[in-house]
Design a protein. Structure first.
Length: 356
């Protein structure tokens, strides 16, 4: 079975705010996050200053998901302090950075995190036009993490394919795929560095889900894939979301995503890290019914921004020319790859759609 791939490719920074550049602090060769999300917010916004609708909706979800938890009956101040969204200072309850990111108004969040941006785009993967879009700028006036995740998960649930997987007497394929995609989004939210430009961006096409966040992995990807070790950059945000059952328990999210993709015989999950742009991108390829050799070749091509030549495919997969041509023809016939238009010399094969 092929292993999940951790590649380094340079996605464009075209969606960074004009005139702003990505200039993280560096320590021991790694970008240094400029904030701790469990600290109180720099502007000293009180809990009562945050979006009341977001706070109310979160409390309602907490009560639904934790029916026997007596914390649900506490006052707002005690409740949100207990989940890590606020801390008491004197007689006031001040929002933590995590509380601000999850429940604040957009203008409040951007006072502390000027690069903060959240985007979801749904497209056919061919046109530059999008079919549906959700942006933090559109979630007026509260373009916060909680409202974004709620809106995106509600929309995504009805727009994913339905791979068949028989479990406990039922076809649970669509449910498992939805949980996989939601976990990918939640992981990006947990691990994003909100002090860097670029924002969290998710693109859904018929054949792929791509999710990019600013910031690099805090641990080696292989350790993340193995599971058991969880070092989210935003531990406070993670705690808030996990308290209402958004996100797998610590250390299990990425292994669960990888396992679900294998159950559907989809290509394994692929993570790309760009050290220059300081971004991490997850790709979930929604491409069924490929044998193992074809899945490996497809993932090789899909992960190569400049495409792959026949000679490169033969060398990297140890294929003969005849077999390489056969697999490439099969992928073309399924509409999964295309060529760069060259007849012979310089001919390269690329993924047949665009995402991030």
């Amino acid at each position: 079975m092929e292993s999940s791939k951790f590649t380094k490719t340079p996605p464009p920074l075209s969606d960074c705010p004009a005139g702003q550049t990505n200039t993280p602090s560096i320590e021991n060769g790694h970008p240094l996050t400029k904030y701790t999300d469990t600290d109180i917010n720099a502007r000293k916004y009180r809990l009562s200053d945050l979006d009341p609708f977001s706070l109310s909706e979160y409390r309602a979800r907490f009560k639904r998901e934790n029916r026997d938890n007596r914390l649900a009956d506490q006052s707002d101040e005690l409740f949100f302090a207990a989940i890590g969204a606020a801390r008491k200072e004197g007689d006031e309850y001040i929002a933590t950075n995590a509380g601000l990111l999850c429940f604040g108004f957009l203008y409040q969040i951007r006072e502390t995190f000027p690069f903060f941006q959240l985007d979801y785009i749904q497209s056919d993967g061919q046109s530059i036009r999008w079919e549906r879009r959700i942006s933090s700028d559109d979630l007026s006036p509260a373009g916060n993490l909680f409202q974004f995740v709620r809106a995106v998960t509600e929309l995504v649930s009805g727009n994913l394919p339905a791979p068949f997987y028989f479990q406990d007497g039922f076809d649970s394929g669509k449910k498992l795929l939805f949980e996989t995609v939601r976990e990918g989004l939640i992981n990006a939210i947990f691990n994003a560095d909100y002090s860097l430009p670029g924002g969290v961006k998710m693109v859904l096409t018929p054949n792929e889900v791509a999710i990019r966040n600013p910031g690099l992995f805090a641990i080696d990807l292989q350790n993340a894939l193995y599971g058991g070790l969880s070092v989210p950059r935003n531990a406070g945000v993670a705690s808030i979301f996990r308290s209402v059952h958004y996100g797998e328990k610590a250390g299990t999210g990425i292994p669960a995503m990888a396992e679900n993709m294998r159950l559907f015989a989809f290509p394994d999950i692929a993570y790309e890290q760009d050290d220059n742009a300081v971004t991490t991108t997850l790709r979930l390829y929604l491409v069924p019914n490929l044998d193992e050799e074809t899945r490996i070749l497809f993932k090789l091509i899909a992960g190569a921004r400049e495409g792959v030549s026949v000679a490169e495919a033969m060398e990297q997969l140890h294929l003969g020319r005849r077999k390489a041509d056969e697999l490439l023809s099969s992928l073309q016939a399924k509409g999964l790859i295309k060529t760069n238009g060259q007849a012979t010399k310089g001919k390269r094969y690329l993924k047949a759609w665009r995402t991030i």
